[in-house]
Design a binder for this molecule. Structure first.
Ligand code: NIG
Ligand code: FE
Length: 416
């Protein structure tokens, strides 16, 4: 007797080998496999196949008739900065008037304006808005979410942000992975002294983050106006000394060699990549590092140079898609909308976009237990009020979600 059985579903399993994934017993289908069934036992997928192949006498404590609707893995948003305070709408208006992201940052705005607001708010006042943003993403099918720190840049506020990220995972039916983004900007008290700031990060913050197990990975921002490859290298070496895997905001505004750097460290992911070089593509391919595409930031910054998607695809680099939800460059609270933008702006296929928001997003977080529908994996599922799987990325609004299943437990979507 299984815990849960979903019958009569259209399955997009997102397993490798065919665009929407394969299903045991089914021929490869262009629009996902119809007449599919999936069983859950002890929080994991116990069986997947065609209705007609279900074992004789198959029964479950809870049965769900999908009536032909689309069943996918739960979505994974592998890059967000959703714990923060303050608004940067005035900066966006200034950019529309011709100011650049860098000129705003040089004048003390940009990331540092969110740092001021986040420090002033204090950790308790970050939780409410964080919960609201996480729920917004959940309404769009997210069952696993990454949250970065990086708007505190001092010991107390960075630890506070990471604690809030951990609380989100405790309070909501959702997995939250927390990333310590220590090298995001040089904070005002270290202005002009990035080396001294880095000394403090390595001596004080990283050890405290690691000792309290508040982060699952570390991240940095490698750009001429942020941190140099040499600085990032020192920080990565220190993080690895604490057993923490690394990720990097790389090649967003310039080709600084960040992708090759994070690949040398066998990093989980290189994120943004608008200015990625052919050497950078080869380095990612060689290391198995995931390319995380963030079309919300591209759109909001009105970038014109696109990440080299054709070269990444040709080299076999896994491409994840994420929201990058943050107040400065990507105020985007819908992963399906990021999938749409990845198709319309970057040229991904709808199936690549869904793989990027499931299988490859999970890989960018180092999570091997989810992201595809296959026996033995964690039962994180989305049942959509949709038929064809391309409808997910086709919609510019949040597609209608019937039910989320998180670690085998049913969470019906609120009626809208
Ligand atoms: O992913 N590039 C660096 N970090 C963020 C921007 C953060 C901000 O401007 O507040 C990003 O785009
Ligand atoms: Fe980011």
């Amino acid at each position: 007797m299984w815990d849960l059985l979903v019958r009569r579903a259209r399955l997009a399993t997102m397993t490798a080998g065919s665009p929407w994934g394969t299903v045991p017993g089914a021929t490869v289908a262009e629009a996902g496999v119809e007449g599919g069934a999936l069983a859950v036992q002890d929080r994991r997928i116990a069986w997947i196949g065609l209705d007609r192949d279900l074992p004789a006498g198959a029964a479950a404590a809870c049965e769900l008739d999908a009536e032909g609707r689309l069943l996918t893995p739960g979505l994974v948003d592998c890059h967000t900065h959703l714990v923060h305070a303050g608004s940067r709408a005035a900066e966006w208006a200034a950019r529309l008037g011709g100011a650049t992201y860098e000129s705003i940052a040089a004048a003390g705005g940009g990331i540092l304006s969110t740092v001021r607001a986040t420090r002033a708010a204090g950790a308790e006042r970050l939780l409410g808005p964080g919960l609201e943003r996480a729920r917004t993403l959940m309404a769009g099918g997210v069952t696993t979410l990454e949250v970065k720190s990086g708007y505190g840049l001092d010991l107390e506020t960075e630890l506070g942000m990471l604690q809030v990220a951990r609380r989100l995972g405790e309070l909501l039916p959702l997995t939250v992975r927390a990333t310590y983004l220590g090298l995001h900007a040089v904070p005002p008290e270290y202005a002009g002294h990035p080396g001294r700031y880095l000394d403090m990060v390595i001596a004080d913050v990283l050890p405290a983050v690691a000792a309290a197990r508040l982060a699952d990975a570390v991240d940095a921002y490698c750009e001429p106006h942020a941190f140099s490859p040499a600085e990032v290298e020192r920080y990565f070496a220190a993080a690895e000394g604490h057993g923490l895997p690394v990720k990097l905001h790389a090649e967003q505004r310039s080709d600084s060699g960040g992708a090759a750097l994070v690949a040398r460290h066998r990093g989980l992911s290189a994120d943004h990549l608008e200015h990625l070089s052919p050497e950078g593509v080869a380095a990612l391919a060689g290391a198995g590092t995931v390319a995380v595409l963030l079309p919300g930031a591209f759109l909001h910054l009105r970038e014109t140079r696109r990440p080299p998607v054709d070269a990444l695809r040709a080299a076999g680099v896994p491409m994840a898609v994420a929201t990058d939800w943050n107040p400065g460059t990507s105020p985007l609270g819908s992963l399906p909308t990021a999938m749409n933008l990845a198709c319309t702006l970057f040229g991904l296929t709808p199936a690549e976009a869904l793989a990027g928001a499931t299988r490859d997003g999970a890989r960018a977080l180092g999570l091997a237990d989810r992201g595809v529908l296959a026996p033995g994996l964690r039962a994180d599922l989305c049942l959509w009020n949709l038929g064809h799987p391309a409808e997910l990325a086709a919609s510019l609004s949040v597609p209608s979600l019937a039910t989320r299943v998180v670690a085998g437990a049913l969470h019906h979507a609120p009626s809208r």
